[in-house]
Design a protein around this ligand. Structure first.
Ligand SMILES: [Zn+2]
Length: 76
């Protein structure tokens, strides 16, 4: 599979990705995905996406609090 952003070859990986669905940010651990070594673009297979949507729909997730780096561009 080729990267949609830079057209380089993507490789299969297992790790963490972030996912934004319906304005909410989800952090997905131990998920199999394709990753571009050049630009870092990550893509999920339709099957995996479907499974994740199912999990979210049936609320099969835990709520954890994360510390995120936040950038405020109002004063930039
Ligand atoms: Zn890329």
């Amino acid at each position: 599979m080729k990267c949609a952003a830079c057209n380089n070859k993507m490789t299969g990986k297992k790790g963490s990705i972030d996912l934004r669905i319906g304005g909410k940010l989800y952090f997905v651990k131990n998920v199999t995905h394709e990753e571009c070594a050049v630009c870092g673009e990550k893509v999920l297979s339709p099957e995996i996406s479907q499974k994740l949507f199912e999990k979210i729909r049936s609320k099969q997730f835990v709520e954890e609090t994360f510390k995120l780096p936040v950038l405020d561009c109002a004063y930039a």
